[in-house]
Design a protein around this ligand. Structure first.
Ligand code: BGC
Length: 767
């Protein structure tokens, strides 16, 4: 039988992909993977007196509406339609052989949540109710051990406020009252945080009446069960923080100007984001409650025999990790470098590698190696103090720190000595700021930035049409797929209307709520549909086709487990495929610049290296299944308020080292087939209309060969987008405008053809 290309997009067969023809979408195996990931990504922040895991037979009273109203993930396009969500109370009730829960208290919260929902209340948004005095008394008579649960919900298009009205980062008054009441009545208290992003941690870190705290994040559809696995020791906590927890949100230097204007954000902290700020700027270490990379275990580990060697291009660090405690566990080891301070400001420490052990039983050891490219320690010189528009390594001693988190990592005896400053890469001055007045240096003071009006680079289109085929009936794309004609020959026979059609999004079908691409049936180009991520396949709500909800990206990043990311990429991609969708709009890899961004839950971390590695692992997993991955939002999309117009104003250095670095790693390591541009302008030019960003940095400098899509309904000019190398406008294009531009000569047919070619190449890759 002849092989049929594009069976799924053409015929929408919904063939099941599981064993023995079972459906894989929201199957038990994927749900178990989600539950395991939720446990692996949870971070044990506090465990005084080894209260956790609870000893067998422990009686607990669980406080807080969050034990019932579990938030599996954030809202908007990052949401996932599921058939159920398991909450913390249900999790603990699965462990009745190990813990006993004081049910009347949990029933009280259950009826409160039910009633609030009946009145129109929303998941994760309910007010904390007052604890009835008699229940508090009965609970205290039942046990001396309490669990306090706190949850938070956030969604795209909304940010948090630093004007005293925020109820995300800080506890609300009623939550404070709950904490007061519980800590007064119980000797042992554990806190569970079901949140999508950084929140205030001082209230338990600095409270001796609270012995334990676990950052659960938003752990997907079985997050509540994973929480119980951890509490009773059926799972070992091995998550480590991917953001710094500061004393207050004013301590994050990015918070100050975040809401200065709806029209712009000035990234004046420059490269000093997250731990790069707290570990470098004098006095700021004290403003950290839990440092980047931090997390406890139920066991202890020893790191020994660290040994370093290098060849001409890479440094290798080998060491042994031994489980020295009494329970099984996994350890995350992090490697940081400190570059010499030369003419360019440098952070004290920067992550350059990490490794996670397997599950080590007590006494067991594992030898691990972390290696990285020497040139990855270079920094970008945007002023010319060393070499303008180059990545440079300044002469001096490069030091290394190995250990459990950015603060506690110990200096290695080895240093890498560079005798002479060198240029590692000559690039261009692209996306430079015109309106940035100052930027932070390593001592926390600001230096002025010289800005002038900039003439942006042009990227002439060098596409040349092939000879159109001489044939009565046009060739179809299947002829290209079968190798009968060249793609360029196929493109040459397309009319202007057809070219404009192909660079425009097409209506969605089936469970897709985000439209499709292609759909030129006379040429046998099917409708290739897209669907959102990142936490799982997001189906159209009305389709009632549930999919597996995995933990949010921040939780997954906290696993520091690239293998697990790859598995989740594969599992999600299979669900996407089974539902006849070809492109999965994930991962999202913007930077946690500030705790105020409402979309942090969808993004991995404050650190670009970890972000890039996690994203690359997910993209590899997805694309191994013949599904297109689509990293987003390229780039500097770190605020939701007025997100389509709010200009991200930043230095070229911060852009290159912080906001583009994760994308660069992902593009170079995993070769995604598609990238989504951000809504926002970058230094005055919208991402989708930004030729320096797309044709310059992404294609010319990084060698990206895939296609670029706009974000949905971005309200930008389709003609400018085509000229800038944004290949397709979603969810629909401005075809009439394109045709008019072709007619009046503002747009050339070749400029559309080059975009079309990249899209068709992507389609051809899809099985
Ligand atoms: C979001 C994207 C998403 C798209 C399609 C936009 O609002 O920013 O992340 O993929 O919608 O749903």
């Amino acid at each position: 039988m002849e092989y049929v290309k594009w069976q799924r997009p053409r015929y929408m067969p919904c063939f099941p992909l599981g064993d023995r023809q079972s459906r894989i979408t929201e199957c038990e195996k994927h749900i178990q993977l989600s539950r395991r990931a939720a446990a692996e990504g949870a971070v044990l922040l506090k465990n005084d007196g080894q209260l956790l895991p609870f000893a067998k037979g422990t009686k607990v009273a669980v406080f807080g509406k969050a034990q019932i109203d579990y938030v599996k993930g954030g809202g908007g396009s990052g949401n996932t339609v599921v058939s159920y969500v398991r909450n913390i109370y249900q999790g603990l009730k699965e462990k009745t052989k190990l813990v006993q829960v004081f049910d009347p208290l949990s029933f009280y919260y259950q009826s409160y949540v039910d009633e609030q929902y009946r009145l129109g209340g929303k998941n994760g948004m309910l007010e904390e109710p007052v604890i009835p005095a008699d229940l508090l008394e009965q609970a205290a008579a039942f046990t001396d051990t309490a669990v306090i649960t706190i949850c938070r919900y956030s969604t795209e298009t909304e940010d948090r406020r630093n004007d005293g009205t925020d109820t995300y980062y800080y506890l609300s008054d009623t939550e404070h009252q709950m904490v007061e009441a519980v800590t007064a009545a119980f000797a042992k208290v554990v806190v569970l945080l079901n949140v999508g992003a950084m929140i205030d941690t001082t209230w338990f870190a600095q409270n001796s009446k609270i012995s334990g705290a676990v950052m659960l994040w938003q752990g997907g559809m079985e997050g509540g069960l994973a929480a119980a696995d951890l509490l009773v020791g059926d799972a070992a906590p091995s998550g480590r923080l991917v953001d710094s927890c500061a004393v207050s949100f004013e301590d994050y230097p990015s918070s100050e100007g975040f809401h200065e204007s709806d029209d712009y954000v000035k990234y004046t902290e420059d490269i000093f984001v997250g731990y790069r700020y707290f570990e470098t700027v004098p006095g700021m270490q004290q403003r950290v409650v839990y440092p980047f990379g931090y997390g406890l275990s139920y066991t202890s580990f020893a790191l020994t025999d660290a040994d370093v060697y290098h060849n001409a291009s890479r440094i290798y660090v080998t060491f042994t990790i031994t489980n020295t405690g009494e329970r099984a566990g996994r350890q995350v080891v992090q490697l940081y470098y400190g570059a010499p301070c030369g003419r360019l400001s440098k952070p004290a420490r920067q992550l350059c590698g990490f490794a996670k052990t397997k599950l080590l039983t007590p006494g067991e050891s594992e030898v691990l190696t972390i290696d990285f490219a020497i040139r990855d320690m270079a920094c970008f010189d945007d002023t010319g103090v060393v070499a303008r528009s180059c990545f440079v390594m300044e002469a001096g001693s490069y030091r290394f720190y190995l250990g459990e988190n950015v603060r506690d990592a110990m200096p290695l005896a080895y240093t890498y000595e560079l005798a002479e400053t060198m240029v590692t890469e000559q690039l261009h001055s692209y996306c430079a700021p015109e309106k940035l007045d100052k930027r932070m240096t390593a001592d926390g003071t600001y230096e002025p930035v010289e800005c002038k009006e900039i003439v942006r680079a042009q990227f002439p289109c060098n596409y040349r049409f092939a000879e159109p085929p001489v044939r009565e009936k046009p060739y179809t794309m299947l002829a290209v797929a079968r190798g009968k004609i060249e793609l360029d020959t196929f493109i040459a026979q397309l009319s202007d209307e057809e070219l404009c059609h192909l660079v425009s999004g097409q209506p969605g079908f089936g469970i897709s709520s985000t439209s499709g691409m292609g759909h030129l049936l006379q040429y046998e180009i099917p409708l290739f549909m897209t669907a959102d991520g990142p936490a799982g396949l997001r189906s159209r709500t009305s389709s009632k086709i549930p999919a597996t909800a995995f933990p949010v990206a921040t939780a997954l990043a906290c696993t520091w487990d690239l293998q697990l990311m790859d598995e989740i990429g594969k599992a999600g991609a299979l669900e996407v495929k089974e539902n006849n969708i070809c492109m999965w709009l994930t991962p999202a890899l913007n930077i946690h610049r500030s705790p105020l961004c409402g979309r942090n839950f969808e993004y991995f971390s404050e650190d670009p290296f970890l972000t890039g590695k996690m994203a690359a692992a997910k993209v590899k997993g997805i694309q191994s299944q013949g599904i297109v991955a689509c990293p987003k939002h390229f780039a500097a999309n770190n605020k939701e308020t007025n997100r389509r117009y709010c200009d991200s104003i930043l230095s070229e250095r911060a852009l290159r080292e912080i906001y583009l670095k994760g994308f660069e790693i992902c593009v170079k390591e995993a070769h995604p087939k598609l990238i989504m541009t951000a809504y926002n302008p970058i230094n005055g030019i919208h991402a989708s209309e930004n030729a320096e960003l797309l044709n310059g940095i992404l294609r010319q400098e990084w060698g990206f060969e895939g296609a670029v899509t706009s974000d949905w309904v971005n309200e930008k000019d389709h003609v400018k987008e085509i000229k800038a190398g944004n290949d397709i406008k979603m969810p629909r294009g401005e075809q009439q405008k394109l045709l008019a531009a072709l007619k009046d000569g503002t747009l050339q047919r070749e400029e559309i053809a080059v975009c079309t070619k990249r899209l068709l190449e992507m389609f051809l890759w899809i099985e």
